[in-house]
Design a protein around this ligand. Structure first.
Ligand code: ATP
Length: 259
């Protein structure tokens, strides 16, 4: 299928980015030892929006997501503020943030290759494991969305193809029943056709109203599914706006869209 930025996206009510902010990041500065990875990064995500952060290798995209979800390595130091659902979280643990309803699907999928597909999914619901009814309903929903995972539910996850493993990683994130999904480079290591499939799924989740923050090197795919986007370059936000205007920006076209 065509993956041009101008192709129609699934119908989805546009949100006003200034209202009902679910995530607000202000002046984030992150260092790995003495090396600065993020330098005054500010952005927000409103409830129901899909926001993409595009940027090249090493721009700081993964660091942004890891800092927001609290899983960043101990090496780094952070200043600035991160407010999620009205609560300041920049000093909270990843467990606390996850309990608040944020699910982080990390770069590189990180499935447990020796465990079954179903066990990998159930791990996503670990915090709610005692609520068996809700967990099996969510499992059914994930299998409904990803029929290939149902077919392979008892196979070791390592047997799945790269695209299927990415679906498993997203499915595991959804098993946490999140109100906010963070997706780190879902295209990584996938063949072009599988990339389109994974982004179609992201577009479907978006159309259902899932709030998503997505970081991605493949700008054309990210802009296809996003309502708004920011451009991250060398640890600073250099531009942003609604996805259409970012896609039309001459610098973005030249640097990220191969125009
Ligand atoms: P990629 O797509 O390659 O993951 P990215 O935009 O996600 O790139 P980050 O992984 O956030 O970029 O890296 C931002 C900067 O921080 C880079 O210069 C990187 O080398 C550096 N960096 C990332 N992780 C560490 C670490 N654990 N220790 C030291 N420096 C790091």
């Amino acid at each position: 299928m065509s993956v041009g930025v101008r192709q129609p996206r699934p119908l989805k009510p546009m949100t006003n980015g200034n209202k009902d902010k679910l995530l607000q990041v202000e002046d984030l500065r992150v260092y790995y030892g003495a090396a600065r990875a993020l330098d005054g990064v500010s952005f927000h995500v409103a409830k129901g929006e899909v926001v993409a952060i595009i940027g090249s290798n090493g721009a700081g995209k993964s660091t942004t997501l890891k800092t927001v979800s609290g899983v960043a390595e101990l090496l780094k130091t952070v200043s600035g503020s991160i407010t999620f659902a009205g609560e300041r979280i920049e000093k909270k643990s990843s467990h606390h943030v996850a309990r608040m309803g944020m699910a982080h699907v990390p770069e590189g999928r990180r499935v447990f290759a020796g465990s079954s597909v179903e066990d990998n999914l159930l791990l996503g619901a670990y915090r709610r494991r005692h609520d068996r009814g809700a967990v099996s309903a969510d499992l059914e929903r994930v299998y409904g969305r990803f029929p290939v995972l149902r077919e392979r539910r008892s196979k070791p996850a390592g047997y799945l193809s790269g695209g299927e493993q990415q679906m498993l990683a997203i499915g595991r994130g959804l098993m946490a029943s999140p109100r906010f999904l963070l997706l780190d480079e879902p295209s990584l290591g996938l063949a072009p056709l599988l990339v389109s499939e994974v982004f179609d799924i992201i577009a479907e989740l978006a159309a259902e109203g899932t709030t998503i923050l997505l970081v991605e090197q493949l700008a054309h795919q990210a802009l296809r599914v996003a309502d708004r986007a920011y451009v991250l370059e060398a640890g600073t936000i250099s531009g942003g706006g609604d996805a259409g205007s970012v896609a039309a920006d001459p610098h973005v076209r030249e640097a990220y869209l191969g125009a």
